[in-house]
Design a binder for this molecule. Structure first.
Ligand code: HEM
Length: 584
């Protein structure tokens, strides 16, 4: 036997090693055979000792395995008990809860990307509404989420008793992931302070300042659209590039030109945040369900390459402007003022020697995080709104013609020049956009977390501190009680008279209360500029390439369709009608 021989030889030269080999050997083969090959008594003895020892080891192995097995079973039992208790959370409080799985909660289909956020929101809303409930409870993984349906309760949570629901409970980690510490995510006093500082950045005065930059980007839009006459265009893609260029210019002061160059790094990085694969989706759910636990693991919500890219862009940009004393009419200019002075000041007072520095200045990381959220929250939401709006206009020729008529009339009245104020006063345009935001809100649900125990009005339910709340925005805006025939696109719902006949909080595409979208004005401005530019120059119809009926894309948090929306274009007149901005 080969191994036996080796054993004898080694035995002679390195007795100690042999014992090791012998031990190994004994475990591999029946020991009798080995013993006959080992003639040295002492070695036999030693091998025997080893055999004994090996038997002991296997005996104790068995014990260890046994103990280990019992531990695992106990762990499973404890986890099962914990889950059972957890998933009784709502029923033990007498709050309706749709049946759910012990592992996934009520969001399994969304987690596995089989169903979109909009569809699941409507489904849960309808379950509670048809059961005549004012609220219910669901589970996101194993995290209980309060689900109000009644508009009065929603108003209390978002506005009246806001001090109990100041935060969203969204994951952020200032140290490990500086870009995540933006206005949307940060909490408590820090949020309030920053919100107060940033609010003056979004006044109508500041919008007028940026209006020209927005209009400038329509030139690139015409160029791309003109090339596509006679073809079907993926309108979401083009408008996503249009808004990327606008926000890139207004938030970062950069000429990104993704309209001409669709593969620009800026566009790629921006898109990657919204379109998640399965694993990324799961990670984001974990971060949302257990933000405090996840913070201990120093997890990052933003991918490293995105952080590196945006941090560099902002740092270089700020350094360049400061070195060369450059003032531009954009968000970055305002953020730099907040960094250096702690507040916004008129440009002519910037050099004033009397200007005192405010102690609440913001850091470079904070600038980067805010510019990042302006970019992320700003480009996808507005391009989505324009896309669905154009889809409905393409399907409803009468509405399209009426809208174009209004735009042409207003322009004629103002010698073809469009100021920010004239744009804001196009009533039918406003109605059409509002109906789009009702039917296809880009953000289908809003989130809050209870920051102080709260008694739900007219009930004996106490929401405990830490409980998450979801406001089913999409469900409310598709509710036939507020919007009869809710799938019909009807801008008349937003005529002055009809609008006022509906209850408060039945139309909340930008959220409500103190945490309402800070960029509402900017979002509306760029949406209106884009629609006016396109309506003036192109007649649109739905292309056969659009998959109808529309189906929402489960991979995107922002409402979006599978396969995109494709339109066929016809140029209205060979000469492009360009928008001529005019300062008010
Ligand atoms: C059509 C366009 C837009 C829509 C539909 C939209 C929608 C929303 C919604 C629903 C929220 C949550 C509100 C809540 O929880 O009550 C929000 C928050 C926010 N949005 Fe927008 N948004 C749009 C455009 C923009 C733009 C252009 C910007 C920035 C330039 C922006 C920046 C933000 C920020 C920073 C927040 C967090 C505010 C805070 O927590 O204080 N959004 N947006």
């Amino acid at each position: 036997m080969e191994i036996g021989k080796q054993l004898e030889y080694s035995l002679y030269v390195y007795p100690r090693k042999i014992i090791n080999i012998g031990a190994y050997y004994l475990e591999e083969r029946p020991c009798n055979k080995i013993l006959t090959q080992d003639r040295s008594h002492s070695i036999i003895k030693r091998v025997l000792i080893i055999e004994e020892c090996s038997l002991n080891i296997s005996r104790s192995n068995m014990e260890v395995i046994g103990i280990f097995g019992i531990l695992i079973i106990s762990c499973f039992f404890l986890i099962w008990l914990w889950l059972k208790n957890r998933f009784n959370y709502w029923s033990s409080r007498n709050i309706a809860n749709p049946p759910c799985s012990y592992i996934w909660g009520n969001m399994k289909s969304v987690l596995l990307q089989q169903c979109s956020f909009a569809d699941i929101t409507l489904k849960h809303y309808e379950v509670f509404k048809s059961a005549g409930k004012k609220y219910g409870g669901i589970f996101m993984l194993w995290s209980p989420v309060f689900y109000p349906i009644d508009l009065e309760i929603i108003k209390s949570i978002m506005q009246v008793d806001f001090q109990h629901f100041v935060d969203r409970g969204v994951y952020f980690n200032e140290k490990a992931d500086p870009l995540s510490a933006h206005l949307f995510a940060i909490e408590g006093k820090k949020w309030k302070l920053l919100r107060n500082k940033l609010s003056p950045t979004f006044t109508s005065g500041k919008m007028k300042m940026m209006y020209e930059t927005v209009v400038d980007c329509t030139v690139g839009l015409f160029r791309v659209m003109d090339k596509e006459i006679g073809n079907s265009v993926d309108i979401k893609d083009i408008l996503g590039r249009f808004t990327t260029d606008i926000i890139g210019s207004c938030a970062f002061g950069l000429d990104i030109n993704s309209l001409e160059n669709p593969d620009s790094e800026f566009r790629e990085k921006g898109k990657s945040v919204f379109h998640r694969g399965l694993l990324e989706n799961l990670k984001q759910f974990l971060l949302f369900s257990m933000p405090n636990l996840m913070k201990n693991f120093n997890l990052k919500a933003t991918p490293n390459d995105v952080t590196d890219f945006f941090m560099n862009v902002v740092k270089n940009n700020v350094a360049y402007r400061e070195k060369n004393n450059i003032f531009r009419k954009d968000f970055m200019h305002l953020l730099i003022q907040l960094k250096n002075k702690g507040k916004l000041v008129d440009d002519d007072k910037l050099d004033s020697e009397n200007l005192t520095e405010d102690e609440n200045t913001i850091t470079m990381e904070e600038i980067a995080a805010q510019a990042f959220i302006f970019f992320e929250a700003g480009f996808e939401t507005s391009s989505t709104t324009m896309t669905f709006c154009l889809y409905e206009l393409a399907k409803n020729k009468t509405i399209q013609d009426r809208l174009r008529g209004e735009i042409q009339k207003v322009l004629k009245k103002h010698d073809g020049k469009l100021t920010y104020d004239t744009l804001m006063n196009m009533h039918y345009l406003e109605q059409v956009i509002n109906e789009t935001l009702r039917k296809y809100p880009p953000v289908p649900m809003l989130v809050r977390v209870c920051t102080k125990d709260y008694k739900i009005p007219d009930s004996d339910v106490i929401l405990e501190k830490g409980t998450k709340v979801t406001i089913p925005l999409y469900g409310i805006q598709r509710d036939p009680d507020y919007y009869p025939d809710p799938d019909k696109f009807d801008p008349e719902r937003f005529s002055e008279e009809n609008k006022n006949s509906r209850p408060a909080f039945s139309f909340i595409p930008f959220g409500e209360g103190p945490r309402v979208c800070i960029g509402t004005r900017f979002g509306m401005m760029q949406t209106k500029v884009g629609l006016v530019a396109l309506m003036l120059n192109y007649e649109i119809t739905v292309s056969k390439k659009t998959r109808e009926p529309l189906q929402y894309d489960p991979q995107s948090f922002v409402t979006s369709t599978k396969g995109g929306i494709w339109l066929d274009l016809k140029k209205i007149s060979p000469n492009t009608v360009e928008l001529l901005p005019q300062s008010s």
